[in-house]
Ligand binder design. Structure first.
Ligand code: GTP
Ligand code: MG
Length: 256
């Protein structure tokens, strides 16, 4: 059997999220086993990584242990993208361009999501929610198009759990759902105010609305309807006792 090692045929995972979340740190950790010092990214970066031998890829789970291919390292590509607001087209292009995209990791700095009383400390949460909203809306539009697209698992990786100010994963989920509820309201209001969508059919307007219609709360579970299953898991790329990324590896193994 011909096996090509060409990067085009390898499954890939896309890492997105706000600037400073730790995306490039995570990429170097997954590639080399220890995180390198990083600078803010201005271009995307693709590397090859291998699943640790202790983690079994879902696609290998039902193979007999006598099957030599079950002992093979599972190789995949990781694509890091810049988080800066003006450079996010790199992330969006990687979602729309045809490739073997197996999943998306949305990395957030869980210590930068303070849900204070609406002061400037909420900027981190707002930025993360707006970025995540736009990615989910893009995946929703993609699923509602005429072409059939594969399901897309999305991991919200709540990074920097080593910091005592970090929100634990369930609170990160709640904070992002509540903030995305506000984002989609202000986005649809913005469209109405600017006159875009006026005179259009209800259908066209509906498409700009993330998740279920109506005034209710946004929940990640609403994305299941468009083939996007959202998982939230905490971890840390750095930290006193070393990296804590087992749950993220497990998710990659599940999705590979
Ligand atoms: P952009 O390239 O600007 O989009 O940012 P990025 O998401 O690639 O962030 P980067 O990996 O450069 O990390 C930003 C800073 O966070 C660096 O100083 C890292 O050392 C730090 N950092 C990353 N992960 C962790 C973590 O788990 N805990 C702590 N305490 N710091 C972390
Ligand atoms: Mg970076």
């Amino acid at each position: 059997l011909f096996r090509s090692s060409s990067s085009r045929t390898l499954p890939s995972f896309l890492i997105v999220g706000p600037s400073g979340a730790g995306k490039t740190s995570l990429l170097t950790l997954f590639e080399r086993g220890s995180p390198a010092t990083t600078h803010t990214s201005q271009t995307p970066l693709t590397v090859e990584a291998a699943l640790p031998v202790t983690t079994t890829a879902a696609s290998n789970r039902y193979r007999s242990s006598h099957d030599p291919s079950s002992k093979e390292h599972k190789i995949f590509l990781l694509v890091d993208t810049p988080g800066h607001g003006k450079l996010r087209h790199h992330a969006f292009e990687n979602i729309t361009s045809p490739q073997h995209l197996k999943g998306i990791v949305f990395l957030v700095d869980a210590a930068n999501l303070s849900t204070g009383a609406g002061g400037p400390t909420d900027a981190g949460l707002r930025e993360a929610a707006e970025y995540l909203h736009d990615i989910l809306l893009m995946l929703q539009k993609r699923a509602m198009g005429t072409k059939k697209v594969p399901e897309m698992p999305l991991l919200i990786a709540a990074n920097k759990q080593d910091l005592f100010t970090a929100l634990p994963a369930p609170l990160v989920k709640a904070a992002l759902e509540a903030e995305i509820t506000k984002v989609r309201e202000s986005r649809s209001k913005g469209l109405l105010d600017s006159g875009i969508g006026m005179g259009d059919s209800d259908m066209a307007e509906e498409k700009e609305w993330l998740g279920e219609g109506g005034e209710g709360k946004f929940e990640f579970a609403q994305m299941e309807d468009v083939g996007v299953s959202v998982t939230i898991a905490g971890g840390s790329v750095l930290g006193g006792e070393g990296p804590e990324v087992g749950k993220w590896w497990d998710w990659i193994a599940e999705s590979l």
